[in-house]
Design a binder for this molecule. Structure first.
Ligand SMILES: *Cc1c(COP(=O)(O)O)cnc(C)c1O
Length: 455
């Protein structure tokens, strides 16, 4: 087989045809199609080629690693991929029970709890349902706070389950305001409120919520409502203390800070939540805690567990423990501050409007008026093979998100920021250059502080 002569473009920039002698390379157009016909007629050997910039779907292979910079699912590290390649075990065997009991045990450390963590084969949404359905009864009143898309979806679910939700409105630009929750609790003399359910890290907006302040609000009001916290995009990224903060139900999923594929959901429980589950009247079947807890004591399950994901989970827990949770949190803090430094250098606006609530897992960036965040993301994907997070519902097309959680480091983030900066230019979005430099300066600053602390 002949190879293309040197006159052919080696980096293909557009669709067209190229003679093997390199004498013609033309865009697909009426002209190039007729050129193609001419080449065929003259029996000249030719190759077709395609653009990398025109459309992803035309390109059979994109070199280099795909940059999955969405705030979950996050890239799965090789160690975890390999752990999951092990053969499936008999889930009723002693060997499995032994393995599973160990995993369930070490899972507690990540939630910082001594109580059971109940695991279901489901996405995080399943854990939302488990939290509500196991503890509450039809018509119960609960308080939620509008941080963004995920608080909204949890609220919609609560209403579907027959709960009455007092949903405190906000503008999707801050985390939970504990004072407004305190107000509701103090006004509730009849103690009708059965639970306060909040999102620790609002993945849609890059705003995190002060869980301890909400705990303190409950204590100050002397209110017995259960405290439920969604940590789906914060666990394994920022500090979280289920027991010390006396959270009653902590909800989590596998595919964000825990670095696993989607498919596992978790509820960590308190003694009080388990008590509540004894008198709760919402129906539970698949998500029943009771059905799970008995068999779990021996490392077993009432139905087939997600064995492969559990292999991965064991490895993820090993990795988090090897790095040390405090180091994991410091790494996320550093990477997040680099991303925020880049956003500031570009002169763009963070969706999170109050530094108190900045998220160390994801940054949501507002597009200047008149510019489409989705067009920009499409351009970045097609040109640099990087997926950025989309704006959801209320902020659709208005923001794009950079995930900086899970198995990631400075160089990955510098690469991601480089792609964003080049994309901003290509998309004609008004901005200043120097975002990548600002991030590197921030990483160096953190490096010096960490060195000084170690000395
Ligand atoms: C991703 C996410 C969810 C939804 O989890 P699924 O696994 O998609 O069901 C809920 N809450 C938060 C905060 C999330 O980030």
């Amino acid at each position: 087989m002949m190879s293309a002569a040197s006159g052919c473009p080696s980096r293909i920039l557009y669709a067209g045809v190229c003679r093997f002698d390199g004498s013609a390379h033309l865009r697909y157009s009426a002209r190039s199609l007729s050129a193609l016909v001419d080449l065929r007629r003259a029996k000249v050997p030719y190759i077709r080629f395609q653009s990398r910039t025109n459309s992803m779907s035309k390109s059979p292979y994109l070199a280099g690693r795909h940059f999955l910079q969405i705030p979950g699912p996050t890239p799965v590290p090789d160690r975890i991929q390999q752990a999951m390649a092990r053969p499936i075990m008999d889930h009723r065997s002693q060997e499995f029970a032994h393995f599973s009991a160990k995993v369930l045990h070490s899972l507690k450390d990540i939630f910082k709890t001594k109580n059971p963590v109940i695991m279901f084969p489901a996405s995080g949404t399943g854990a939302w349902e488990a939290a509500l359905a196991n503890t509450l009864s039809p018509g119960d009143k609960i308080v939620m706070f509008e941080t963004g898309q995920f608080s909204m979806l949890w609220q919609v679910m609560a209403e579907k389950l027959g709960l009455r939700v007092d949903y405190i409105q906000s503008d999707w630009r801050i985390g939970v305001d504990a004072a407004s929750i305190a107000e509701r609790l103090n006004a509730d003399k009849a103690q009708e409120i059965k639970a306060v359910a909040i999102v620790h890290n609002e993945t849609a907006t890059g705003c995190s919520s002060p869980v301890e302040e909400v705990r303190n609000a409950l204590d100050a009001a002397g209110h017995p409502a259960l405290l439920m916290v969604d940590t789906i995009s914060s666990l394994g990224c920022v500090d979280y203390q289920h027991d010390a903060w006396r959270v009653d139900v902590t909800v989590c999923g596998s595919q964000k800070g825990l670095m696993l594929p989607p498919g596992l959901s978790f509820t960590a429980v308190s003694e009080k939540a388990l008590q509540a589950s004894k008198s709760s009247r919402l129906p539970t079947a698949f998500f029943s805690w009771e059905d799970m807890l008995g068999p779990n004591e021996k490392g077993l399950y009432p139905y087939t567990p997600a064995i492969t994901l559990m292999y991965g989970l064991q490895e993820a827990l090993n990795m988090l423990n090897e790095e040390g949770l405090d180091n994991v949190f410091a790494r996320h803090a550093k990477l997040a501050s680099g991303v925020r430094a880049a956003v500031a250098a570009w002169g763009l606006e963070n969706q999170c409007r109050d530094g108190k609530y900045y998220s160390n897992a994801v940054t949501s960036i507002r597009m200047p008026e008149g510019h489409s965040a989705d067009q920009f993301r499409k351009l970045v994907l097609e040109n640099f093979n990087m997926s950025l997070g989309a704006g959801l519902t209320k902020v659709a097309d208005k923001v794009f998100r950079i995930g900086h959680l899970g198995d990631t480091n400075e160089l990955t983030i510098i690469g991601a920021l480089g792609g964003v900066e080049m994309g901003l230019e290509m998309a004609g979005v008004p901005h200043s250059q120097g975002g990548v430099d600002a991030a590197m300066a921030e990483f160096r600053r953190w490096g010096r502080v960490q060195q000084a602390a170690a000395a």
